[in-house]
Structure formats: C-alpha cells, structure tokens
Ligand binder design. Sequence first.
Ligand code: DX5
Ligand code: ZN
Length: 222
Amino acid sequence: MSARINPSILSADFVNFERDFGSISNADLIHIDVMDNHFVPNLTFGLPMVARMQQVAPKPLDVHLMIEDPERWAPGYAEAGAFSVTFHAEASKDPVALARRLRAIGARAGVAIKPGTDVEPFLDILAEFDQLLVMTVEPGFGGQSLIETTLSKVAAARRRIDAEELDVWLQVDGGIDETNIERVAQLGADTFVAGSAVFKATDRAAQIAALRDSANRGCSHR
Ligand code: DX5
Ligand code: ZN
C-alpha cells in the first residue's frame, strides 16, 4: 500500500480553487475543510461550494466537517458525491449511526477526534468507520505546529487496526510537513493531510511526491 497525500485547500487561493486544483493533480485525494464558526472559531464554505468543487476537482474529495450537528449536514456531502466524509466525534450524538448513514449513501465514513479527545472508546468500534482522523493540531486553522502528544493515539490506533486486520485508513491532519511525515508514518498513519506544506511550495506536485516518498519510507520501517 502506498501512503496517501491529501492536500488541504484551506491553504489554497479562495478565489482560484479551480486553478489551484491544477497544481495538486497528483494528490491522492483533495482535503476539503468545512468550518462553521461554531464547532471551530473559523468559517470556510458549505455544501453548495463543495458540490461545485466535486464537479471540477481532479481527484476524489476527502471532506472534513468541523461543524456542529453533523447529523443534519453530513449526509448532504455524501449525496453530492464526496468520496469520503469525516465528521467530528465531539459533535456527533451517535457516530456509529451517522457513519452507517454515510456508507448507505455510498461515501466512505470517517470519524475525527480533536487533540484532547481520547482514542480508546473508538478502538472497539473502528470497523464501523472507513477512516479514523487523529487531529494533530486543534482544528480551525492551517499553519500550526504538530502537537507531539497526539501521536500516541496514532500508534494505539495502528496497533488495533493491524491486530484486527481492519480496512480502516488512519489519517493525520495538522502540522504535517517534510520534517515529520516519515516519523508519523512509522508510528502508523497512512493518510496525510498537508495544507501549508504543499501550498507554500513553488512546485506543489513535486512537494506532494516528496512527501509521499518520505511517508512510504516511514511505513516500510514499521
Ligand atoms: C485544520 C484543518 C487542516 C489544515 C491543515 O483545522 O483541518 O486540514 O488545513 O493545515 P496545515 O497542514 O497547514 O497544518
Ligand atoms: Zn482538515
């Protein structure tokens, strides 16, 4: 398996998404950060814009919902054709029920946990999800530094996924760059969101390829 690099368009030019998609077309998926200024203190865009991105994006969409009341909103993203829809456990009344609804619509279902949220309760129900997103920064803003203490959750989730031979992607998001991606891969992540690390590069496609190479090196040394 090859590590996945999902650039976050939170670091793209907000009036030139289509142009910026062209600079990241060798991505595995395109990470779309939906923020509602309630679950996180920042506001991005909602379903109408993501539905339009879905039509012009060069790769499947990996939607990350940092919103309250995902039961109300998340199914709409799946219906719009998003390949993967990840909602926050802290905002959901019943993560398993919501994941089942997303899967029934045809999307991959992901559950995300903030840095302060314990991973343990989710380890026993991992099979209900297609992806576990361990946030490596407090959600809300790009360009922050990775919080090292979150990495023990990555390692714990990897142990469980491997022990039970689960087909669950283990995603990290926040502060991932060329200085740490190999180490985070070695600890167990296989799917990497990178916002500023990709968009600050003059050659974004080359940066994506370099990040993927480093991540694959880490995965092979597990
Ligand atoms: C933060 C978002 C991230 C963000 C990552 O809340 O979920 O996807 O874009 O940005 P970097 O890679 O710059 O930390
Ligand atoms: Zn994100």
